[in-house]
Ligand binder design. Structure first.
Ligand code: SAM
Length: 310
């Protein structure tokens, strides 16, 4: 399967990074290396360090970025470990960080990775193939209460309770091994007339289980916190999110870090001593242009937020 991933909001992200040719940039989510390629093209003495927890992305980028290999360092790790991984290669300051969160088209479109409700495949959903916890493990071992919480909180699915109950009933008969089996259970749990026409009934539950499998939300705050410490003054963090849960974490982090005093308004004199470390690049998030939406429907829910280190 070819590693195709149309980079989302490419120009907006590259402009926001305001690339200095001698700078050090980190792409936390290499994927198909579309954003990475545009960053590295703009460097002369600078370096790009690109992370992906999926070994397939690293292998593909070795080929795609071959002509820039003296400027690129590829790291097969979770971006959550950015600080330690950079320290290991003697990098202590960076000029910019890009995060394009979520799954790549390659991952979604590779049936054997088990991310998609469109193919019948083993229930997997691990971005990092050596991780111990797969979607199959979660679906077959988590308590009904935990499944309900995950599907409700990470999928924003109003039928979470029934879906969790149906999963637990079915797995008592036999383990749930495939995406196809899970889709059938979800379809049975959501009454036909309650289904949204434009959305596959399994979309929300699959999103939820994928987020839990990869701890996708826990790592966002950690990497942003590390990035603020690593960025040089004037350096930029640019983040593309694809659903409201991710976006809320980024929005709140940028809001808090771009605010000085955070004392409650009833307190007459500041006691928190909180100091802003960032300035927002834009007041509102950027969204895809009409043209991009036509050319790449997967950009539909994308939002880009950026912030600049003070
Ligand atoms: C949306 S794709 C990035 C696409 C990329 N910008 C491009 O132009 O092709 C997200 C990629 O980030 C990786 N990823 C997601 N979360 C990660 C994390 N916490 N640490 C490392 N890689 C992660 C995924 O494996 C996937 O390959």
């Amino acid at each position: 399967m070819d590693f195709l991933h149309k980079p989302v909001m490419l120009n907006e992200c590259i402009d926001m990074l305001n690339i200095v040719p001698s700078g050090i940039y980190v792409d936390g989510t290499l994927g198909g290396a579309g954003h990475s390629l545009e960053i590295v093209k703009r460097l002369d003495s600078g370096k790009l360090i690109a992370f992906d927890q999926d070994i397939e992305a690293i292998k593909n980028a070795k080929i795609k970025l071959k002509s820039y290999e003296d400027k690129v360092i590829l790291i097969h790790d979770n971006f959550r470990n950015i600080k330690k991984s950079l320290e290991d290669i003697d990098i202590f300051r960076i000029n910019g960080l890009l995060l394009d969160l979520g799954v790549s088209s390659y991952q979604l479109d590779s049936p054997e990775r088990g991310f998609s409700y469109r193919y019948d495949a083993p229930l997997d959903m691990r971005m990092n193939q050596s991780s111990q916890i797969s979607a199959k493990y979660i679906v077959n071992t988590y308590s009904e209460e935990d499944l309900k919480r995950i599907i409700r909180d990470y999928g924003e699915e109003k039928w979470a309770s029934r879906i969790a109950q149906f999963i637990v009933e079915e797995r008592m008969k036999k383990p749930i091994d495939t995406t196809g089996e899970l889709v059938q259970i979800i379809k049975a749990a959501i009454p036909k007339k309650a289904r949204e026409e434009e959305q596959h009934p399994a979309k929300r539950t699959f999103q939820a289980i994928r987020i839990e499998t990869n701890h996708e939300l826990d790592v966002i705050h950690d990497v942003l916190e590390s990035a603020v410490e690593l960025l040089l003054p004037g350096g930029v963090i640019s983040v593309i999110t694809f659903h409201s849960l991710e976006d809320r974490i980024v929005k709140n982090f940028f809001r808090d870090e771009s605010t000085g005093c955070i004392c409650s308004p009833e307190i007459p004199v500041c006691v928190c001593n909180h100091q802003a470390r960032l300035r927002l690049a834009h007041r509102k998030p950027l969204v895809p242009s009409e043209e991009e939406l036509r050319e790449n429907p997967r950009s539909r829910s994308a939002k880009v937020r950026g912030a600049i280190k003070l």
